[in-house]
Design a protein around this ligand. Structure first.
Ligand code: PLP
Length: 288
């Protein structure tokens, strides 16, 4: 948004988000004094909606009944019609991807010995930024993406060799990772180039990982972040890296939803089971 401002843009920034990107846009809108309209699915986590609302008067929250894909359609229509506004994609934007890449710079600075990086994948902006930065600075580091089985948009596209839609309206507790890729998503080619493999994780693996991160590290993370942790046993089992960094991308989850996931994991007979499931070779080997 500061780049838009530097180019002289004076209008509204319009975005669609499952919550976290919207929160970032709201914060930038306040800091830069740029008006923003943030479209989110009405069923988004209440903590995310409350945080966006609390950010301040420059950002207007516009909840949309329906899926993430419905939400993005509504935002794009608003951007194209009426008083218009610049549509800022949460992933299909070179500046957003570059911003995400700075995470890899911090990581390499803090842990130069890292052997593998694992990150959740929604539209692929994060994994693309990590890939570009690691590819330039530490190409020996393997990069793994993680998607919910319920929404494998990137892995299915990589398997097909072109951007391939998945069923509209799929749902996952990792709601930040749900949705289709734009037909011109820049993240597809970047993921193809830089990502070793996309691992798929089930809903119960994601839920158990939320609990495991809390019970072992004392950290509250939301399911979209915990998905990366859920994939680690599979990655270690299949590829054997010893020094693995997981990008814990968010902690925006209501207390009640987090408590429920932790309690559910505690009362399950098996508890959290980090035993590796099967992973084969290639970008889509875990797809089911
Ligand atoms: C918590 C969290 N992690 C990861 C992602 C994935 O980011 P990307 O869409 O850039 O792949 C998102 C996207 O909204 C998210 O909310």
């Amino acid at each position: 948004m500061s780049k838009l401002r530097a180019r002289g843009y004076q209008g509204t920034v319009i975005t669609a988000s499952a919550g976290n990107h919207g929160l970032g846009v709201a914060a930038a809108s306040l800091e830069l004094g740029m008006p923003a309209a943030i479209y989110v699915p009405a069923g988004a986590d209440s903590a995310k909606l409350a945080a966006i609302r609390a950010t301040g008067p420059t950002a207007e929250l516009r909840p949309v009944d329906g899926s993430y894909d419905d939400t993005e359609r509504a935002a794009r229509e608003a951007s194209a019609g009426g008083s218009g506004g610049h549509f800022l994609s949460s992933y299909n934007d070179a500046s957003v991807v570059a911003g995400q890449g700075t995470i890899a710079l911090e990581l390499l600075d803090q842990w130069p010995e890292v052997e593998a990086v694992v990150a959740p994948v929604g539209g692929g902006g994060l994994i693309s930024g990590l890939g570009v930065a690691l590819g330039a600075l530490a190409p020996q580091v393997k990069l793994f993406g993680v998607e919910p089985e319920a929404s494998p948009a990137m892995s299915r596209s990589l398997a097909a060799g072109r951007i391939t839609p998945i069923a509209d309206g799929s749902t996952s507790i990792a709601e930040g990772l749900v949705g289709n890729l734009d037909s011109d998503a820049i993240t597809f080619e970047l993921a193809r180039r830089y990502v070793s493999e996309i691992v798929l994780v089930s809903e119960s693996e994601i839920a158990d990982a939320v609990a495991a991160v809390y019970l072992t590290a004392g950290l509250v993370v939301e399911p979209s972040a915990a998905a990366a942790v859920a994939a680690v046993p599979k990655i270690v089992s299949a590829h054997g890296p010893r020094r693995v960094a997981c990008v814990l991308t968010g902690r925006n989850i209501s207390g009640s939803a987090h408590r429920e996931l932790v309690n559910r994991s505690l009362v399950k007979p098996s508890g959290y089971d980090p035993a590796p499931a099967s992973v084969g070779a290639g970008p889509t080997s875990t797809q089911q």
